[in-house]
Design a protein around this ligand. Structure first.
Ligand SMILES: Cc1cc2nc3c(=O)[nH]c(=O)nc-3n(C[C@H](O)[C@H](O)[C@H](O)COP(=O)(O)OP(=O)(O)OC[C@H]3O[C@@H](n4cnc5c(N)ncnc54)[C@H](O)[C@@H]3O)c2cc1C
Length: 250
């Protein structure tokens, strides 16, 4: 059984698109059907490989947005206008199309509902994708462990999963705090500004509670947040990071 699961992870599989959901004007979720999917843990990612007619191939990693309980694999991709792969996935892919997919990948950036530590999730932009899997897993498993998400996006229009997070927030220990970095004053009643030292001190879980901390987003965002958390007294061994690449901050 272990051998079969390992082979499944390392082998490219044909994945068929069975659903498309526009999350924002430049982000969409893609639902895939994979006949031989070995299952995944919340927080893992997959590799996607596209092959052009002339044989040219491009490969990128995408976090899994669906919960382990979900039979489908869902990815949520943000279009980078000058990007090679993401514009195709966001704008061109149609229901019934096939792409090659390999996974699940990653064993460190995962959360299991059997873990009884409080959890702090810190997301910048599309870095929120693996956290949807963790939040859905938390809800599906009926966990009551405190799970707090701090989520930074540019504006209200760029918020991913806004409706779902409104529904999930406040249920069974889930607490979601959103901050917008470029929203005009007066149009957003919630938090504004970056996830910096002050924001983490006010809204994060205290180090004394020894939360497990997950940080995900653009590389510069992840490094700044992780360093600040260590400065605030969180044990480096309790902080897990996933870097999406790029240098910008959401
Ligand atoms: C483990 C992992 C999980 C990921 N999960 C997701 C996910 O769930 N959703 C998602 O949308 N992306 C995710 N990414 C990022 C994804 O792999 C691609 O890097 C992204 O889609 C850009 O690919 P591209 O071919 O369109 O751009 P490229 O052609 O590779 O790059 C175009 C330009 O954008 C810059 N750039 C590359 N990546 C980023 C980035 N992430 N942010 C800002 N600028 C960037 C490049 O430096 C370059 O200047 C993940 C990355 C990793 C490593």
């Amino acid at each position: 059984m272990a051998g079969t699961a390992l082979r499944g992870r390392l082998t490219w599989q044909q994945a068929t698109v069975t659903g498309l959901v526009a999350e924002t004007s430049n982000t969409r979720s893609i639902v895939f059907d994979l006949p031989d999917w070995p299952g995944h843990r919340a927080g893992q990612h997959v590799d996607v490989r596209l092959t052009a007619e002339d044989g040219y191939q491009a490969e990128r990693s995408y976090s899994i947005a669906s919960a382990p309980e979900d039979p489908h694999v869902v990815l949520t991709v943000e279009r980078l206008d000058d990007g090679e792969v993401s514009p195709y996935l966001v704008d061109e892919l149609r229901i019934g199309d096939e792409v090659e997919l390999r996974g699940p990948v990653g064993g460190h950036f995962v959360w299991e509902s059997t873990c009884d530590s409080p959890v702090l999730l810190v997301a910048g932009g599309s870095g929120v994708v693996p956290f949807r899997s963790m939040l859905r897993h938390h809800a599906a498993a009926g966990s009551t462990v405190p799970m707090r998400l701090l989520y930074s996006a540019r504006s209200r229009e760029t918020l991913i999963y806004a409706d779902e997070f409104t529904r999930l927030g406040g249920r069974g220990g889930i607490d979601i705090r959103v901050t917008l970095t470029r929203e005009n004053p007066g149009t957003w009643p919630g938090e504004r500004g970056r996830i910096d030292r002050d924001f983490l001190t006010r809204t994060g879980l205290p180090p004394a509670e020894e939360p497990l901390v997950y940080v995900c987003g653009p590389t510069a965002f992840v490094e700044t947040v992780a360093n600040t958390l260590v400065d605030l007294g969180h044990g480096p061994g309790r902080i897990r990071t996933e870097r999406f690449g790029g240098t910008g901050t959401p």
